[in-house]
Write a protein that binds this ligand. Structure first.
Ligand code: ZN
Length: 212
């Protein structure tokens, strides 16, 4: 049987996923952030990678746990770690989708290229009807789905607020979103499902970017 990320503790899974994505060039430098939700001691919370660390060389103690409701640190494995600067986006996803158990965000060249031709102001990027769309839970003969697009804003909490506003009004048809000139955020009902979905969305982004 394949060993899934769900068989590891959340910090161990985040370390392994970070090494994997960094090796593919999806978390260059200290870019990107990864989280896994847990209910521990009655607190709805998520383990997330710390800010400013190389994602290919993290240790389990480089992860910390944050409450979904208020965003405060509830567990820290070593002093001085700070939560990812983009924690507010993870917090928003977990608040919006109670079934979400993991949220993964990577910065990739292909995702940035894929949305380059989408006019400013357009909020949905149509995806090609590839077989891989099935991996995102869409089982249709000719799927016509779009990836929600958000503007990249220096103050990340404003991106999180925009996601909350739009998804509250209109839930997305895919468990994924794209921030222009920045990267994708994908969620799933388990760490393994979120990981698989990142691979699928990146496959589609690469296709759209003309890399395949
Ligand atoms: Zn980012």
């Amino acid at each position: 049987m394949a060993r899934t990320f769900d068989q590891l503790t959340p910090p161990a899974a985040l370390v392994e996923i970070g090494r994997d994505f960094h090796a593919r060039g999806w978390m260059a430098g200290t870019a990107g952030n990864l989280s896994i939700r847990v209910h521990e001691r009655g607190v709805d919370s998520f383990w997330i990678t710390a800010s400013g660390l190389p994602k290919g060389r993290m240790e389990e103690t480089d992860c910390l746990r944050i409450g979904v409701a208020e965003g405060a640190i509830v567990e820290q494995l070593q002093p001085r770690t700070k939560p990812s600067a983009e924690s507010s986006i993870h917090q928003t996803i977990y608040r919006l989708f109670p079934e979400a158990r993991a949220c993964l965000h990577v910065h990739t060249v292909d995702a940035c290229l894929a949305c380059e031709n989408v006019c400013p102001g357009v909020e949905e990027m149509p995806l090609p009807p590839l077989e891989m769309i099935k991996g995102l839970g869409i089982w249709e003969q000719h799927p016509q789905v779009t990836l929600p697009l958000f503007d990249n804003i220096l103050d990340v909490t404003q991106i999180a607020a925009a996601i909350e506003r739009r998804f509250h009004a209109t839930p997305p048809c895919l468990p994924a979103l794209m921030i222009r000139n920045h990267g994708i955020t994908v969620w799933g009902n388990s760490a393994q499902e979120a990981y698989d979905r990142v691979e699928i969305v990146e496959f589609i982004m690469s296709y759209m970017a003309g890399r395949r």
